[in-house]
Design a protein around this ligand. Structure first.
Ligand SMILES: [Fe+2]
Ligand SMILES: [Fe+2]
Length: 289
């Protein structure tokens, strides 16, 4: 094992695993089948998620006239979509709310980028494929850049080479691959495998910059995440040095060319809508905390 691989493996094993309840919710979401009773049991065993569910459902943002004091009732009020959001945000948030020195990103940058991409994926998902599971698209977009948490440490080691490459290349993923023979998308897929996430997460995380190379069953979802990532960056929520080096995949270029919903004016309308939804989520979170 070379030094670089050893560092990746060490960084991956240092990260906290996803909670058992989050993993179970992700599996239900990926199988497109929620068992509410099983969900209640899982949440009841997870103290922090139970507390968060009760806190959220009893917050001013929900506007209920009577307080909710059981998980069963909280789950009914929240519904599977909101529950998935809460479980993922709690688990993934813990991991991605870190400063990424290698990318020049501050502590909340990756979290805000991931959250905005997730909201964008839910917004655009049905336009790209009407049969697509928008909540799954949300979960995939929330986790798409987890590899950066590990990859940042590699970039820190080669600061000079990185600066030189930035002057010569226009695609940050290519810079990563040139310098390290792997990139943050591949490392993210390794992390997804380590966490025992379903295959759709491994495929989409690995191909969120290259959806045209994604295995066919998950290609539409990879395209949604790729475009959601772009919208988040265009709306001003990037992750540091790589934001100006975003290269569109041929599948996305083809869609933008042939579909009027992706013409420039429409993209700016989408970004306005995305910023509105994002600010609403932040406001509701502030009310619930
Ligand atoms: Fe990425
Ligand atoms: Fe991203």
């Amino acid at each position: 094992m070379n030094e670089q691989t050893a560092l990746i493996v060490k960084k991956i094993s240092d990260l906290p695993p996803l909670s058992a309840s989050t993993l179970a919710i992700i599996n239900m979401l990926s199988a497109d089948h929620f068992h509410m009773k099983e969900l209640v049991n899982l949440i009841q065993q997870d103290v922090s998620l139970s507390t968060l569910c009760l806190k959220t459902v009893n917050s001013a943002a929900f506007g209920l006239s009577k307080p909710v004091d059981t998980i069963q009732r909280a789950v009914t009020f929240l519904g599977s979509q909101k529950l998935t959001e809460l479980a993922l945000k709690t688990s993934v948030g813990k991991i991605v709310k870190v400063r990424l020195a290698g990318y020049g990103a501050m502590e909340m940058d990756l979290w805000e980028h991931s959250l905005k991409s997730a909201i964008a994926a839910r917004l655009i998902g049905p336009n790209i494929d009407p049969n697509l599971n928008a909540d799954l698209a949300y979960a995939l977009a929330l986790t798409h850049d987890i590899g950066k948490v590990v990859f940042s440490a590699l970039l820190e080691v080669k600061v000079r080479e990185l600066q030189k490459a930035q002057g010569q290349q226009t695609n940050f993923l290519a810079i990563e691959s040139d310098l390290f023979q792997c990139n943050h998308a591949e490392v993210g897929a390794m992390l997804a495998r380590e966490w025992n996430l379903p295959q759709v997460f491994i495929d989409v995380i690995a191909h969120h910059h290259t959806p045209s190379l994604c295995p066919a069953p998950h290609r539409s979802l990879a395209l949604v995440v790729h475009l959601a990532d772009l919208l988040a960056m265009l709306s001003g929520t990037g992750t540091g040095v790589d934001s100006l080096y975003y290269e569109l995949d041929p599948l996305a270029l083809d869609l933008i060319e042939r579909d009027a919903r992706w013409h420039e004016e429409e993209i700016w309308k989408l970004i306005l809508n995305l910023n509105y939804e994002f600010n609403l989520v932040l406001q509701n979170e502030a009310m619930a905390s």
